[in-house]
Write a protein that binds this ligand. Structure first.
Ligand code: GDP
Ligand code: MG
Length: 295
């Protein structure tokens, strides 16, 4: 498998993934949903599907109901109204954990995430807690995106790296696999991100928790039908929240550094005061250099 590993401090010998569910968030995806669900079921028949629909006015929820009625491996969660991708996924995660799945996959309804890449994501999870289908690692690709969308995605990832220093190339990617055990480690109740910064939020939590995050290259194909829900509000929420997480992180680094310096001057310093501190960038795969002390 080609890909990039962000951390290597997780548990070796991970459990086999017997039950997997692909969560498909939808808002006005009438033209896309049936084909996406059929493709997922064809490529990965062992994988269940759960549609997370925010009461789409175009009737996507009814189509999801028809798909579920025809296939016992397809489920639907009807949500009361458009509340953002993050909120939909959080409900999906809680549902999947309650239903006993070993892993969840996030996949868009619009065909941008190709179902034929699913087996590689699942395969990569043999050695990882979180697998990101990445556009921005060698071998990754974006098809039919206008220059400004490419710039937005690359800019968002550069902004994220600048603030958070984590060595993930595509932290905003929405094609992912999470082991159920990883989700349980991530304190989902504390997640407040509503829009697409949800993806960065969970990546950041996974890296901070010392989980193994792997990026595998994917080809992202821009939708042919329907409209993108990307908006200025979503971009602004992302910029605000990422800057806040970064400021907290940098503040903690300064605090640790100050404590370490103070510890040098005082031989009686407590173990906490003399704890090793990271050097700025998240220096995986050497957890002893992690600013969170995940050694
Ligand atoms: N349930 C739910 N799904 C959403 C919402 N916003 C976007 N989506 C879905 O999230 C996926 C990605 O959205 P899309 O508009 O394609 O974003 P883009 O690929 O960045 O342009 C699609 O399946 C959308 O239908 C939302 O508020 N609620
Ligand atoms: Mg899309």
């Amino acid at each position: 498998m080609s890909g990039e590993t962000t951390k290597t401090s997780g548990t070796p010998g991970r459990a086999a993934l017997r039950r997997i569910v692909a969560l498909v968030p939808t808002y006005n995806e009438r033209e896309n949903l049936a084909s996406l669900v059929q493709r997922v079921r064809r490529v990965a028949p062992e994988v269940d599907v759960c549609v997370l629909d925010d009461a789409s006015p175009d009737g996507t929820g009814r189509i999801a109901d028809e798909l579920a009625a025809a296939d016992p491996q397809v489920h639907v969660l009807h949500r009361p109204g458009k509340a953002g991708l993050g909120a939909a996924y959080l409900q999906g995660f809680v549902w999947a954990l309650g239903a006993g799945y070993d892993a969840v996959i996030e996949i868009d309804a619009d065909g941008s995430h190709r179902p034929q890449d699913l087996p590689r994501l699942i395969e990569a999870a043999a050695d990882a807690d979180v697998v990101i289908g990445s556009r921005w690692v060698p071998g990754g690709q974006v098809v039919n995106w206008p220059g400004r969308r490419k710039a937005l995605s690359l800019g968002a990832n550069a902004y994220t790296r600048l603030w958070l220093g984590m060595p993930v190339r595509d932290a905003t990617a929405g094609f992912r696999l999470y082991r159920a055990s990883a989700l349980r480690d991530l304190d989902l109740q504390a997640v407040a991100s509503q829009g697409y910064c949800f993806q960065v939020d969970l990546t950041w939590r996974a890296v901070k928790a010392g989980l193994v995050v792997v990026e595998v290259p994917i080809v992202f194909v821009e939708r042919e039908n329907g409209a993108s829900k990307m908006s200025g509000d979503i971009v602004r929420e992302s910029m605000r929240r990422i800057a806040w997480w970064g400021a907290v992180y940098r503040g903690e680094q300064v605090l640790h550094a100050a404590r370490r310096l103070a510890g040098r001057d005082r031989p009686t310093a407590s173990p906490e005061q003399s704890h090793p501190v990271g050097s700025g960038a998240v220096s995986a795969p050497d957890p002893s250099r992690s600013p969170w002390g995940a050694s």
